[in-house]
Design a protein around this ligand. Structure first.
Ligand SMILES: O=C(O)CCC(=O)C(=O)O
Ligand SMILES: [Fe+2]
Length: 364
């Protein structure tokens, strides 16, 4: 057994483009993927002035008048994009005490009547009235496009770190017009004395998440192999990068999706802000037909030395063995946002909530 992790490795993206140190980067990435499932990335390619501009907008976004936020409620959107009021999202059936806006890269819906439901999962964003927050949309779209590009540059490095040819993961992505990646801007208010669940324990969905911690608050935690929760404190100038359940499934557990959660800031604190970016894989991909298994023995040895997690508190995204990726993502959203599901996907809503809408928010 390797020693279980008690902190998150910090990788310098500059090494990946330095011929003399590239292999060092790949080795560090291999360790992070197999043993931790999380890493910090410093010296990345997103310009700091753009990040600072986005961070500066965030409090103003949440301070928009309530009716301006309600104009773009997620319930208007079959794509699960838009505004979610405080305390109306669920993780593991429990209320998350956070307020958020989901925005995505531009995408024209592929769904037509008769086509599978999950093609409707992707579509255009809803944006706040530009007169109330001039420049926000442009900044957010620019940010999403740049992080998307960084993720696409990161994918071949993931493949190499797993001991595969650098283009081994390219088959999981469609052409740009058929893809969509989503980000959200999240506010975690201080603990209200009733719950400290900012977001409950969960896995992310796809291959890669790039998270910007947009304020100095603690709160993000990841669960190590023995089940202990480890703090992932904000480090300015870095992204927190983590692996999603799809990559874990398709590598049969070689790359780790790691359970994580956010605890609310302590009572009386200012809010914590974050901006996760979820880099998706193609909607139609059936991962069960695409299992990767030609890893070199020295890489597989690392997995055997690691072993499997003794305990995890997360339960989501378990359908990759039978459903296409789009359907797995849609089911995740149905469970998190039942009110949106009831309006736009009534059959799926009934399947997952046979007793009707949960009485969420009852504590607030
Ligand atoms: O806000 C954070 O730091 C993490 C959020 C997260 O894990 C998620 O939304 O999937
Ligand atoms: Fe997450």
């Amino acid at each position: 057994m390797v020693a279980d992790f008690s902190s998150i490795p910090i990788l310098d993206f500059g090494l990946a483009s330095d011929d003399t140190r590239r292999l060092e980067f790949i080795a560090q990435l291999r360790h992070a993927l197999i043993n931790v499932g999380f890493l910090y990335l410093k010296n990345h390619t997103i310009p700091q002035p753009l990040v600072d501009r986005l961070i500066d907008f965030i409090p103003r976004l949440f301070e928009l008048p309530q009716d301006a936020k309600d104009d773009i409620l997620m319930i208007n959107s079959p794509h699960f994009l838009g505004y979610t009021r405080l305390g109306t999202e669920l993780t593991k059936g429990e209320t998350d005490y956070r307020e958020q806006f989901d925005f995505a890269t531009p995408h024209e819906t592929q769904w037509r009547p008769g086509a599978p439901d999950y093609l409707r999962f992707w579509g255009p964003s809803q944006w706040p009235n530009q007169e109330l927050i001039p420049g926000f949309r442009e900044t957010m779209e620019n940010y999403l496009m740049q992080v998307q590009a960084l993720c696409y540059n990161f994918i071949p490095l993931l493949a190499e770190a797993l001991g595969l040819p650098s283009d081994a993961l390219a088959k999981f992505y469609d052409s740009d017009d058929l893809m969509q990646h989503r980000g959200k801007v999240v506010k975690y208010p201080a603990n209200n004395g009733l719950t400290d669940q900012g977001v409950g324990p969960h896995y992310d969905n796809g291959f890669l998440t790039f998270l910007l911690q947009a304020s100095p608050h603690p709160g993000l935690q990841v669960q190590n192999l023995s089940g202990r929760w480890i703090d992932v404190l904000p480090i300015p100038g870095t992204f927190v990068v983590n692996i999603g359940k799809a990559l874990e499934f398709v590598t049969r557990g070689l790359a780790r999706a790691t359970s994580h959660r956010v605890l609310s800031p302590s009572a009386g604190s200012t809010p914590r802000y974050s901006v996760p970016f979820f880099h998706n894989i193609g909607l139609n991909v059936h991962l069960a037909d695409e299992i990767l298994d030609d890893f070199p023995p020295e890489v597989l040895k690392l997995k055997n030395e690691r072993g499997d997690p003794a305990q995890t508190d997360s339960v989501n995204f378990t359908e990759f063995d039978r459903e296409p990726c789009g359907q797995v993502g849609l089911i995740g959203r149905i469970k998190s946002h039942p009110d949106v599901a009831r309006r736009h996907y009534p059959d799926l809503f009934k399947k997952y909530f046979p007793n009707g809408l949960p009485e969420y928010g009852r504590a607030y």
